[in-house]
Design a protein around this ligand. Structure first.
Ligand SMILES: [Zn+2]
Length: 296
């Protein structure tokens, strides 16, 4: 499932192709993509619009148009976007929509499981819609340990579940939560509200580091994700815990363990990420600055 680094990679690659272009024709083949609205009606509204910006919020892509309207795209489990020069789109049984741009190129939307959504919103609807669903944008400076602490205060849910909740931090999913908690040396089952100041600082910094590492490697290609030019991300080769059950921890050598929490497979190091807080472990076992950099 695409998380923040995958969606941000798509945004960065599509932005120069889309901004300034007019949507010449739009075909929406799958009613699920735009329900409860009619595909033909949504396509007609999109045709003729000029793109003024391509933004991202959490895992949403936001195509902003000259009219003030915005198309909110969520890829969910298996959605992906492909940009192709004139006439070079290969046949694809999982294609759900095609947008032809005024330079002759195409943007195609593919989705095997068909959970992805396209929502065309009026200018005034966009912010309230996102506000209601999304918490902090983790790569912005405004996301700090103090703010995370406020959001987690009193919560008894495991930190893993709290971080998967998009209203806490927007854009995290199963992969990057596990990677961030490993970096922070915090056990995924710790009740979120019990994290101490030093742990909150490490979690905040680790979320940013894990996501930046993902963006730098253009996301993780496990099954369906690919970049808009058809390339693969490289983050899957750098996972420290995700999917690595039985492999040695990169920090201490202990085999990585797998449990289930919040209904999701969860990978962690049973030595580095203790459920019981250990006295004086937090500063002595924190990776040095150079070590941390080399791991990014
Ligand atoms: Zn370890």
């Amino acid at each position: 499932m695409p998380e923040l680094p995958e969606v941000e990679t798509i945004r960065q690659k599509l932005e120069p192709r889309l901004v300034g272009r007019r949507l010449e024709s739009v075909e929406i083949h799958d009613p699920r993509l735009v329900r409860p609205f009619e595909p033909v009606a949504v396509a007609a509204e999109l045709e003729g619009e000029r793109v003024v910006a391509l933004e991202r919020r959490g895992k949403y892509l936001i195509v902003r148009f000259e009219s003030g309207k915005a198309l909110l795209i969520h890829l969910r489990m298996t959605g992906s976007l492909r940009h192709a020069p004139n006439g070079t789109l290969a046949d694809d049984p999982h294609r759900r929509a095609v947008v032809k741009l005024d330079d002759g190129s195409d943007v195609a939307y593919r989705d095997v499981r068909r959970f992805g959504t396209w929502q065309l919103l009026e200018a005034a609807e966009l912010e309230p819609y996102l506000e209601e669903r999304l918490g902090f944008e983790p790569l912005e400076r405004t996301f700090t340990a103090r703010r995370l602490a406020q959001r987690l205060e009193g919560r008894r849910a495991p930190i893993k579940a709290a971080l998967l909740d998009q209203r806490t931090v927007a854009g995290l999913g199963n992969i990057y939560v596990d990677e961030a908690l490993w970096r922070a040396q915090v056990h995924p089952l710790r009740p979120a509200g019990t994290l101490q100041a030093d742990e909150l600082a490490r979690v905040t910094r680790s979320i940013k580091d894990a996501l930046r590492a993902g963006v730098k490697r253009q996301g993780a290609s496990l099954r369906d994700y690919s970049t808009p030019d058809g390339g693969r991300g490289r983050m899957q080769d750098r996972f420290r815990v995700y999917g690595r059950e039985g492999h040695p921890c990169a920090r201490c050598g202990t085999p990585i363990d797998k449990i289930r929490t919040a209904g999701r497979g969860t990978w962690y190091c049973p030595s580095c990420q203790r459920l019981e807080r250990q006295a004086a472990s937090s500063s002595s076992s924190r990776p040095s600055r150079s070590r941390r950099h080399s791991s990014v």
